[in-house]
Design a protein around this ligand. Structure first.
Ligand code: ADP
Ligand code: GLC
Length: 490
C-alpha cells in the first residue's frame, strides 16, 4: 500500500501542537505495518533546512502566485523516511511560524501557501511529478492539507483514494470568497455543496466533502462533531457523510516519551523502578522556586493557552488548590490574557505556583515527569496527547470527560482498580475542584496512588493499534475508489 502523508508540521522539525507529534510518529508506525509511506511537506525553513540528501524531482510553476516551485525528494532526519518537500521560496521562506507571522497574525497568503500543498499532493498522486512513485492513498491532515481531496476529486480520471483526518475542527482555513479563483478549480466547487461556507471559502470543507474517508483523532470526538455543540457549524456536513466518518484514537511515540530512557530527566525511572520520579519532582520544584516538599501533591499543565483548553477553570480554582496544600506548575504559550493571568497567579502564590510562558520540548518532558498529576480540563479536545504522556510517566491525569480525554482516562472513583485517573463532567470550576480534591485525597492515601500510577504506566498507548486501523481504512478507501472507477467505466 503506497501512502502519502500530507501535513504542515512535523515533530521534531516544526511543531505548534499535537498534529506535529502525530505526523512525526504515524508514518513510521504505518511503515512497520508494511506500508510504503512517504511524506509531503511545505518547504518551511525548519523543514527544508533540516531534511537530508534532497534531490530535485520536478520543477513546476508559476503556481498559485509562486513563480518557481520545485519538488524535492529527501529523507527525514532520525527516521530516514522518504519526504517530498515543496521548495517554493516565495511562499515558504520567511521568519515567523507556519501559519502566522511573529505578531500572531495569520499570513495573508495562507490560501496560496496551503493551496499549493494540496495541489502538489494531487499532482503527485496522478503521477505527474515523480515518474518513480505515486501513492494509492493520499492521507491529508487538517485544513492545511485538505485541498488535496478537492483537487483529487476534480480530476475525472483520478485513481488515488483520499483520507482526511480532522485534528481540530475549530481551525478551518477560511478565506474570502473572491479569492477562490486563485485555486484553479471549476466554479462548481464554489457552492454551498462544495467549498463555500457561509459566504466564505473553507479548506476544511474540501476534506470533509471530497475525501473518500474522513477520520478524526478519537471515537468520542467523531460522535461529538456531528452535534451543534462541537460541530462549529459543520455538523450537517459531517452527518451528511454518514458511515464514511470514523474515529481512530491517536497513539503516542513510545520512544520519544519513555521515562526509562528520557535524556531530559533529572533521573530516569520505570514502573518497575519508580524511585527516580521523586528526583524529577524535586528538580521541577527547584526549577520553579516551589517549596521542596516531597509529599505535596504537585499538579502540572503543558498546553497551548487558548480557550479550548479550559485553563480559565484552573485559574478559578487556584486559590483553593493552594488552600488544599497543593502546588501547580504551568508551561504554555498563547492568549496574552491567559499568559498575564498565569503570571499574576505565580506572583500571588510564591513557592506554590510556578509558570513558564514559553515553548520548550525538554521542559515539557521534565514537567510531565516531575508532576504527580497532569491537568487537562479542556472545553473540547479532539484527542489530547499530554494526558497520555502523563499516563506513560506515572503522572495521573485529571481531565474533563470530553473527546479523546474521555477515551483515554477512566475515573478511579467508583472502581479504583479499573481507573487510571480522575474525570469530571461539567466545564465548571466546582467540577474541576471536586476532581482535584479527590485526586489529592487518593494521593495522600499512599498505596492506592502507587496502584494508579502502575495502571497508567502499563497502558497500551503505542501507534501500533492505530496504525493497523488506518491500514484497514486505506484498504476500504482504495476499494471504494476502485468501485467508483468501475462504475464510471461501465
Ligand atoms: P494540541 O494539539 O491541541 O495543542 P495535544 O495535547 O494534542 O494538544 O498536543 C500538544 C503537544 O504540544 C504536546 O506534545 C505537548 O507536550 C506540546 N506542548 C504544548 N505546549 C507546550 C509548551 N509550552 N512547551 C512544550 N511543549 C508544549
Ligand atoms: C489537535 C487537537 C488535539 C490532538 C492533536 C493531534 O491539535 O487539538 O486534541 O491531540 O490535534 O491529533
Amino acid at each position: 500500500m503506497k501512502v502519502l502523508q500530507v501535513g504542515a508540521e512535523i515533530y521534531p522539525l516544526i511543531k505548534t501542537g499535537g498534529l506535529a507529534d502525530v505526523l512525526g510518529a504515524l508514518p513510521q508506525a504505518l511503515q512497520a505495518q508494511g506500508a510504503d509511506v512517504r511524506l509531503l511537506l511545505p518547504g518551511l525553513p525548519g523543514i527544508i533546512d533540516a531534511v537530508l540528501h534532497a534531490k530535485r524531482v520536478a520543477q513546476v510553476g508559476p503556481v498559485l502566485g509562486a513563480a518557481r516551485v520545485t519538488l524535492l525528494l529527501a529523507q527525514m532526519p532520525y527516521s530516514h523516511l522518504p519526504v517530498y518537500v515543496i521548495d517554493a521560496p516565495f511562499l515558504y521562506r520567511r521568519g515567523g511560524g507556519p501559519y502566522q507571522d511573529r505578531r500572531g497574525n495569520e499570513w495573508a497568503d495562507n490560501l496560496q501557501r496551503f493551496g499549493v500543498l494540496g495541489w502538489m499532493a494531487a499532482q503527485l498522486a496522478q503521477g505527474e511529478l515523480d515518474p518513480a512513485w505515486a501513492p494509492e492513498v493520499v492521507h491529508a491532515h487538517d485544513w492545511h492539507a485538505a485541498m488535496s481531496c478537492a483537487y483529487l476529486h476534480a480530476h475525472p480520471a483520478g485513481t488515488a483514494a483520499s483520507v482526511f483526518t480532522v485534528h481540530n475542527l475549530a481551525y478551518q482555513g477560511l478565506f474570502p470568497h473572491d479569492d477562490w479563483a486563485l485555486l484553479g478549480l471549476s466554479s462548481r466547487y464554489m457552492s454551498p455543496a462544495a467549498l463555500e461556507f457561509h459566504g466564505q471559502l473553507s479548506f476544511m470543507k474540501a476534506g470533509l466533502k471530497f475525501a473518500d474517508r474522513v477520520t478524526t483523532v478519537s471515537p468520542t470526538y467523531a460522535r461529538e462533531i456531528a452535534t451543534p455543540e462541537f460541530g462549529v457549524g459543520l455538523e450537517g456536513v459531517i452527518r451528511g457523510r454518514g458511515a464514511d466518518v470514523s474515529g481512530i484514537l491517536n497513539g503516542i511515540d513510545t520512544k520519544v516519551w519513555d521515562p526509562s530512557a528520557d535524556a531530559a530527566l533529572a533521573q530516569r525511572y520505570s514502573a518497575e523502578q519508580p524511585a527516580g520520579k521523586a528526583a524529577c519532582k524535586a528538580a521541577l520544584q527547584a526549577q520553579f522556586g516551589l517549596a521542596p516538599e516531597p509529599a505535596t501533591p504537585l499538579l502540572g499543565v503543558v498546553s497551548r493557552l487558548t480557550s479550548q483548553k479550559g485553563l480559565d477553570l484552573v485559574l478559578s480554582v487556584l486559590p483553593e488548590v493552594v488552600r488544599m496544600g497543593g502546588q501547580l506548575v504551568v508551561q504554555g504559550t498563547g492568549d496574552s490574557a491567559l499568559e498575564a493571568a498565569f503570571r499574576m497567579a505565580a506572583d500571588a502564590h510564591p513557592g506554590r505556583v510556578g509558570v513558564l510562558l514559553g515553548y520548550d520540548e525538554n521542559g515539557a518532558h521534565r514537567l510531565i515527569a516531575g508532576a504527580d498529576m497532569i491537568l487537562v480540563p479542556s472545553r473540547f479536545e479532539p484527542c489530547g496527547l499530554t494526558q497520555m504522556y502523563g499516563l506513560r510517566y506515572g503522572t495521573v491525569p485529571v481531565v474533563r470527560r470530553v473527546g479523546g480525554l474521555a477515551d483515554t482516562v477512566r475515573d478511579a472513583g467508583a472502581d479504583a482498580s479499573a481507573g487510571n485517573g480522575f474525570v469530571f463532567e461539567g466545564a465548571q470550576p466546582d467540577a474541576l475542584r471536586e476532581a482535584i480534591a479527590r485526586a489529592f485525597a487518593q494521593y495522600r492515601a499512599k498505596p492506592g496512588w502507587a496502584q494508579l500510577m502502575r495502571v497508567g504506566m502499563g497502558e497500551q498507548l503505542s501507534w501500533e493499534g492505530p496504525a493497523r486501523q488506518y491500514m484497514a481504512l486505506y484498504e476500504q478507501a482504495t476499494g471504494a475508489r476502485r468501485e467508483v472507477r468501475q462504475r464510471d467505466i461501465d
